[in-house]
Every structure is written in C-alpha cells, then in structure tokens.
Design a protein around this ligand. Structure first.
Ligand SMILES: *Cc1c(COP(=O)(O)O)cnc(C)c1O
Ligand SMILES: [Zn+2]
Length: 407
C-alpha cells in the first residue's frame, strides 16, 4: 500500500495517473509524485521510522512504492561528526554523510531502488539508463537482484574501474562515443521506440523520490532536526533538489521543526552551468561543454539545473565552482583527516566547503552536513601520484637504512 496519489506537473499542476511517464503533455515540464500527506500524518511517527529496517525502506511511507520492494540494502549510511576535517576548515559542527557506503558505492542505489521497484510494479522486464558511470552500476546490480534485463549506456571515456564495477553484474553494457549529454539524447530517442523502463527518463519521477532519503536520514541522525547548512555536488542537480524536498516533507508532517537550512551546491569548474547561472544572477542554466576529472558530475545540460538554482536562492545558500586541483586536494584532505576515500565528486564538495568556510559564508558554529556521494577506489587514477612507497629488503637493517630511522 502506497500513499502516492498521482503525478503532478511541476509547472501547470496538471495531474496524471501513476504511470511510467515523466513529462507534462501540455507544457513539457517534469512530473513529480504527489502524496496523501493527511493520511501519512495519521500513521507516520518518529518511533515508527526508528523501528523500521536499517536501509532506505524505513521511509517507505514517503516513497511511491507498494509492497515487494527490490532491496539491496541501500541507504541508512553513517552520518559522522568530522572533528579533524572540521578543525582544518574552521568548522566546529561539521558532519559527513558517507554515501560511499552503499552496496554499489554511491548514493545512486537510493533512487534506483525506488525506480526499479516501480519498474517491477509496472511489469517491465527490461530497464535501461543513461549514466556517467555510477548509475549504470546501480541499475545493473538492482536489475540482477530482481532478475530483469538491463541496458546501460555510458560515455566511452568512463573510468576503467567503473566499467568493471558495472560489467560484473552482467548488464548489456553500451559505451557511447560522446559526452554524457550525447548519451542522454540517444537514450531519449531509444525511450520513444523501446518499451523499457528507462530509470532516468520515463521512470524519472520515481527515481527522483529515492533521493529524498538523503534528507530524511540526516534529519533523523541529527536527532530529528534539519542542519543549518547542507552542501553537496550537482551533476543533473536532482539529488540536491530532493534533499530539500525531504527536509520540507518531514517539517510539513511535524516530524521536525521549521527548515531554515541554507543549501549549498558545488560543481567542478570545468562543468559548472548551475554555478555560472547563480553567479550571473540568471534564471537560465546555459549548457556547457564539460571538461573535468570529476566525471560523475560532468553534465553540461543539467535536467534539474533550473530547480536546483531556485532552491539555492530560496534557501539563502550559495553556489561554488571548484577547479580540479582543489577537488583532488579535497579528496586527499577527507581521506587524511576522516579516513574516507571519495571519488572526485566528493573532492569537489570538500573543495567547495573549504572555500565557503574560508570566506565566512558558512560560519564556524553552524551545524553543517557535507554529502559525500560516491567512493574513490574505482577511480584511483585521479590520485595515483599519492603512491610513493619505501621499498626495502626484508631485513631490519634495510628498513632502518631506507627510512632513515635513528639507530
Ligand atoms: C550521479 C552522481 C552525482 C550527481 O548527482 P545528481 O543528482 O545528478 O546531481 C554526484 N556524485 C556522484 C558520486 C554521482 O554518482
Ligand atoms: Zn504542465
């Protein structure tokens, strides 16, 4: 039983039944899932959530799925107090939401869990997606779990470690000679022709909803409150907008107080259309040609850029572009202070946070949550220069000589 009632156009409000569609027939704007919040408020309590499973399904009442969820244990990742990193950055109440610790090593397992569950409900036997890398791994893994066929499309320049992390689940893996934006255009054409569940096209409203759990969990883990500041990165901008929606929903249901969270978005300087629009004071996100090592977020034409921009402004937040060198420094800093090895997208978040803390935009006593969206071990090339071992013979003398130990 689900409390989702309809799909609703974000712009004109036109409603549609809960079907695999993502755009309004009248104004071509995105469709969002709407819920019967009155009915949810009657059954949902903090205690009920706390007694639920230790994964994203503890929030099932706020997700658009009925029973029979496809479960690989996504979500409910640790929120850790980052004392050492906080000290480096001059922030006394800094927390890291460590979404490296999902089954396929990125937060994408959350939205794909809701989308694949929905695909199964709709009776699809095949799912597909356009991906920068992590989404494909997640779709392939969840499809394997529920015995669906998967066609996953990635740019051919995706990191080799990511390809292995996709292929292991045995989807039909297609590498496309072009950028992510080209992959996305190809998939939009395929979606018109093939009756598949395209996770981030015709299933996008359901895919989007899984991301709200990033907001829910942080509020619960902070003892049922919203943070003062939340910072993450944007490729399409989607999960950024859903962190906000998740916090707003909890507040509307009376599970937390009013949300005064300032929302901060970071992008790689080589692919920062949302940051550009924010800094130009513009409402329009103009597409760019991405050029960055942070390939998960190398999206030149972000589908939810406009909405992400609105939330940055509405919440009193800010937008920050981070050069690749600073993202790499951010990866190293996070690993060397908190023991968390993120991929470059997480390095962008730390690089951006460093800038925002240094400028006093985020203040030292503000409760700040930094989302680390994906793990580093599959993209080791970006930081390979870190490897400078001492090579010794297997003798005490050799060890002490090579390392210059005092004798
Ligand atoms: C997909 C991805 C992003 C970008 O998320 P959006 O919701 O598209 O903005 C960021 N980080 C990682 C690790 C990702 O895999
Ligand atoms: Zn409409």
């Amino acid at each position: 039983m689900s409390f989702a009632t309809a799909l609703r156009c974000r712009k004109c409000g036109q409603e549609y039944p809960l079907q695999p569609v993502n755009l309004c027939e009248f104004c071509l704007s995105p469709l969002d899932v709407s819920y019967d919040y009155k009915a949810i408020a009657k059954v949902l309590t903090r205690e009920k959530i706390a007694a639920g499973p230790r994964d994203l399904w503890r929030y099932q009442d706020l997700l658009p799925v009925s029973s029979g969820v496809v479960d690989i244990g996504a979500g409910f990742t640790p929120l850790v107090k980052a004392e050492r990193l906080g000290k480096e950055l001059g922030l006394e109440q800094l927390y890291i939401k460590n979404d490296c610790l999902n089954p396929t090593y990125s937060f994408k397992d959350r939205p794909v869990s809701t989308a694949i569950t929905k695909a199964k409900e709709f009776g699809f036997d095949t799912v597909a997606c356009a991906s920068t890398g992590n989404l494909a791994a997640s779709v392939a893994a969840l499809a394997a779990r529920t015995n669906m066929k998967a066609y996953v499309f990635v740019p051919s320049n995706v990191e080799p470690g990511k390809l292995v992390g996709i292929a292991i689940y045995n989807p039909t893996l297609v590498t496309v000679n072009g950028s992510y934006d080209d992959v996305n255009r190809l998939c939009a054409r395929l979606a018109e022709k093939y009756k598949w569940g395209f996770i981030n096209i015709n299933l996008r409203p359901y895919y989007a909803e899984g991301n709200k759990t990033l907001g829910f969990e942080v509020a619960e883990q902070l003892g049922w409150r919203a943070p003062d500041c939340a910072i993450t990165t944007a490729g399409s901008g989607l999960h950024f907008t859903r962190i906000w929606k998740g916090l707003e929903e909890l507040s509307m249901l009376g599970l937390i107080g009013p949300v005064n969270t300032r929302m901060y978005v970071t992008q790689a300087a080589g692919s920062s259309p949302i940051v550009n629009a924010f800094q130009a004071g513009s409402q329009h996100v103009h597409p760019v040609e991405p050029n960055t090592i942070a390939k998960s977020i190398a999206i030149g034409n972000p589908a939810d850029g406009y909405y992400a921009l609105r939330i940055v402004r509405q919440s009193g937040g800010d937008a920050c572009a981070v050069p690749d060198e600073e993202a790499i420094a951010g990866m190293k800093l996070l690993a060397q202070t908190e023991g968390i090895f993120t991929e470059a997208a997480g390095g962008v978040v730390i690089g951006g946070l460093k800038r925002l803390a240094a400028s006093g935009t985020i203040k030292k006593n503000e409760l700040t949550v930094a989302y680390i969206t994906g793990a580093g071990p599959r993209t080791q090339d970006t930081v390979a220069d870190i490897v400078r071992p001492f090579t010794v013979q297997p003798t005490l003398e050799s060890f002490e000589e090579v390392l210059g130990m005092p004798v």
